[in-house]
Design a protein around this ligand. Sequence first.
Ligand code: AHG
Ligand code: MN
Ligand code: MN
Length: 365
Amino acid sequence: MSITPRTSTTLTQFLIEQRRRFPGASGDFNALILDVAMACKAIAKSVAYGALADMLGNHPGDGSGSVNVQGETQKKLDVLSNDLFIRMNEWGGHLAGMASEEMDGPYPIPEGLQRGKYLLVFDPLDGSSNIDVNVSVGSIFSVLRAPRAVVEGGALTTTDFFQSGAEQVAAGYALYGPTTMLVLSVGQGVHGFTLDPVMGEFMLTHADLKVPEDTQEFAINASNARFWEAPVKRYVDECLAGKTGPRGKDFNMRWIASMVAEAHRILMRGGVFMYPRDTKEPEKPGRLRLLYEANPIGFIMEQAGGRASTGRQAVLQVQPTSLHQRIGLVFGSKNEVERIERYHTEPVKIENGNPLFAERSLFRD
Ligand code: AHG
Ligand code: MN
Ligand code: MN
């Protein structure tokens, strides 16, 4: 079989062309994105070797397990991916610090290495519970500007990262699926690159991605149905009611349990993803984390004409208050996300003390 490349634009060429819009730019930003891409390539390689390189299972391998600041058991690949992100990005002189799902606090650039003007926040491996079953996982990243005092040598603090999603300079993700892809926005639309594994280059294969405004596909972990708030119950009930319900059309459902893979599906063909605030663990306002999951994916969605919301407000407008802050997250096709937001503002109809919206439901007895 002969393989004809669909395009000859590499990530490097793409970044150079983008930079031409800013004649005064130093090139720091491009170099940073290329370092991030290098980390993703290294992670892709480890993910692809899997059991051949003893990459599966929990960290550490002796079975005693290690737990991150969120109380989640770390996989070997969670820890390795975090190390790769740090190693590939600390030396370049473009960053003043990093923060990650797998580190309790911020990571300052070590003494002796040059500091730069950006902050990098990342989820080194999203969906890592899927690693051992060979389902797609990915890395998610967000680039922020570092406060001037930190760039000039001041101490890096947690609050330096408390910037709303709207302030992101760039965001993206790598998806380690049947092909490895890098999806990136530098604030001018969303572009997808596919890794040519022989060349070791990300090639532009999906220029200017757009999320369709309407969809008939939704994604939610239905095992949490009894903990959902009324507006979410209503939305899902109406989807399940299909053609004969208030929506007048049938819906399809998907749940990969890798948010990054769901985001990619939605970017490719539309859909709506929900991990809303629920009553399962009332002290946790949602499952996903604001700074390295909701904000970068929210930025990508909005740059592609979709929408990202907590249900109550645009995700990108939320003012962060802690590094590992959790948040309810709904994103995808604009008209569906807006509908879910509208349901959050409409009064709840109560019958026999229970919120009621639809005539019949698979999730209600
Ligand atoms: P991570 O692997 O980085 O901890 O994130 C996993 C997240 C997300 O990717 C996914 O959508 C969600 O957790 C899955 O949650 P459930 O296990 O409740 O389905
Ligand atoms: Mn994650
Ligand atoms: Mn993770």
